[in-house]
Design a protein around this ligand. Structure first.
Ligand SMILES: *Cc1c(COP(=O)(O)O)cnc(C)c1O
Length: 373
């Protein structure tokens, strides 16, 4: 039986409890060993739900889905090297957060949850609002007041109650934690079911490579929603003997907000307190990631590291992506800038590298216009 396990105290709980943190207030992980057979999904419909057997959900649970996922992976030539890019901005709500939202809201519906709260710099709120609407669950989303207007419109259109919080992203998280004391917290940071959704990224990448792992995977490192999920997915596939090794994970941060880069560089055990500056990459502007220690641990375990990118590099990357046919948000461009940096300075010529375009540009048009001015 899968269990919820507290990362700090080791306390465990049945998976059917509507809890999102432990009795002592610690973060929860899910202890679960999937029984997954790649042969069985060969002819399954092209959505992330082809990996349902790898998810800790009951057989009879009705899925809350728009047949999302199994996103294209395209190949880009960069100098004499090749980068494979997963187009995760093509999800229904316009970002990879739908991976977590479809799985988490499926679980919430099966638990009989009637209301959820969530906070985000935008996209996680959009995804939860969308899937809460599909699940028929009431939804309250807290966002920092400087969130892009496209994301605010989307959250409202899906029928969620929108609460704008003055001040920083950290202040929004603090207020939401209070509201979550007596509600189900559909958090992409706290709720371990969200990572069960984002782990499908790893399953898709490996299947699209003929059930082989790439050497290196370059991902955003904000709260680590995708990075932690990818690690879980690759680890499961490796433990099941389906792939030979877990790829090296490279986490990308904006230099204006780079606590993980610093922790890694100075071999710190915990995340340092930093003074963050405004960045184009709003989606990874997280000064104090709740699962920061976990990100450090996983990245170290894979012999990976963290890369910081400057504002000018983010802007250049966004312009280059535009010329290559991708309209993505600046946060996505930061990850691409990190991938370019990795390829130019460290990659071997035959290294198999995968990165991701995380979010659509269509809801960040206000910020993109400002950048072009
Ligand atoms: C949430 C988000 C990120 C940051 O991802 P984490 O997994 O939290 O590190 C990056 N890009 C976009 C578009 C996002 O919505």
């Amino acid at each position: 039986m899968p269990q919820l396990i507290c990362r700090e105290s080791g306390e465990s709980y049945p998976i059917h409890e509507t809890r999102w943190k432990s009795e002592s207030g610690g973060l929860l992980d899910i202890q679960f060993r999937p029984n997954f057979d790649p042969q069985k999904v060969k002819y399954a419909p092209p959505s992330l739900w082809r990996y349902r057997d790898a998810l800790p959900l009951d057989e009879e649970e009705e899925i809350v889905s728009l047949q999302e996922g199994f996103t294209p992976m395209v190949s880009l030539e960069i100098g004499h090297k090749t980068l494979l890019l997963k187009l995760d901005y093509l999800f229904p709500s316009g970002s990879y957060k739908d991976r977590g939202a479809t799985v988490l809201m499926t679980h919430a519906k099966a638990l009989g949850v009637e209301q959820v709260v969530q906070d985000s710099s935008g996209n996680a709120g959009c995804a939860i609002a969308n899937y809460a609407a599909l699940a028929g669950i009431n939804c309250k989303i807290f966002v920092p007041e400087n969130t892009s207007s496209g994301k605010l419109a989307q959250i409202r259109l899906h029928g969620a109650e929108l609460i704008k919080v003055p001040g920083s992203r950290e202040e929004t998280a603090r207020i939401t934690l209070l509201a979550a004391e007596d509600t189900y917290y559909a958090s992409h940071v706290w709720n371990p079911f969200f990572f069960q959704g984002t782990k499908t990224f790893a399953y898709e990448v490996c299947e699209q490579l003929g059930w082989q792992a790439p050497d290196t995977v370059i991902l955003p490192a904000g709260n680590g929603t995708l990075l932690l999920g990818a690690y879980i997915g690759f680890s499961e596939l490796q433990e099941a003997g389906i792939i030979a090794q877990v790829p090296r994970l490279i986490g990308v941060q904006a230099q204006h907000c780079d606590p993980l880069v610093q922790a890694f560089r100075y071999h710190l055990k915990n995340i340092p307190v930093i003074e963050k500056k405004d960045t184009l990459a709003e989606g990874i502007s997280i000064a104090n990631p709740a699962r920061g220690d976990q990100m450090l641990q996983y990245v170290r375990e894979t012999q990976g590291h963290f890369i910081a990118v400057e504002e000018s590099e983010i802007k250049e990357a966004l312009l280059e992506l535009g010329k290559r046919g991708f309209y993505v948000e600046p946060t996505s461009a930061a990850v691409y800038a990190g991938a370019l940096k990795y390829i130019r300075t460290q990659a071997q010529h035959d290294e198999r590298m995968v990165s991701v375009l995380t979010g659509s540009g269509l809801k960040s048009t206000d910020k993109i216009l400002k950048m072009l001015a």
